[in-house]
Design a protein around this ligand. Structure first.
Ligand code: 5GP
Length: 160
């Protein structure tokens, strides 16, 4: 049987609550940019503490037949016109290969002309493994993972 990690809503709420002071002190975001679908619930949990607006982009690393893609596919984008000078906290549930975060940061910088210094990332979990890109190379202002975990499949409570 494949070993999996299971988390409850309470554990995830606690991760968000415990990270929120650090997020405010070290990055102080103006808005949350949730990556749908997995980042939506963590973004809402964080907002209880951060009390800032949530924007959403929806990305998928799978096609309609559930085959994994080399590059994430945009399901829905958002209008960044009013966010150019805001400090944006990107929120997702898990940093696995980091392909999704790299793709999004590249798009925000190159397509939406958002300054890397205005970009931060929060994920509930960071899998300890070789990544598509190192944090130095990603070159954003702030990165916070609620918890570093083994490279196992994580089952979130909203998937049960
Ligand atoms: P990436 O490999 O780009 O870092 O992760 C892409 C996406 O795959 C994540 O946003 C998440 O939706 C999904 N994913 C990766 N690993 C896991 C996992 O262990 N559990 C769940 N539920 N989703 C995962």
């Amino acid at each position: 049987m494949v070993e999996k990690l299971y988390y409850s809503y309470t554990e995830l709420h606690n991760l968000c609550k415990n990270s929120s002071n650090q997020l405010i002190n070290d990055f102080n975001p103006d808005v949350i940019l949730a990556i749908g679908g997995g980042g939506l619930i963590p973004a809402r949990m964080l907002r209880s503490k951060l009390k800032i607006p949530i924007y959403v982009v929806s990305l998928s690393v799978y096609d309609e037949e559930d085959n994994s893609l080399n590059e994430p596919r945009i399901v829905q984008w958002t209008d960044f016109e009013n966010l150019r000078n805001k400090r944006i906290l990107i929120v997702d549930e898990v940093d696995d290969t980091r392909k999704t975060l790299k793709y999004l940061v590249d798009k925000l910088v190159n397509q939406e002309q958002i300054n890397r210094e205005n970009l931060g990332i929060f994920v509930l979990h960071n899998k300890l493994k070789v990544k598509e890109i190192g944090l130095n190379e990603l070159d954003i202002c702030y990165y916070n993972s609620g918890k570093n975990v083994e490279d196992l499949w994580i089952v979130y409570p909203w998937e049960n």
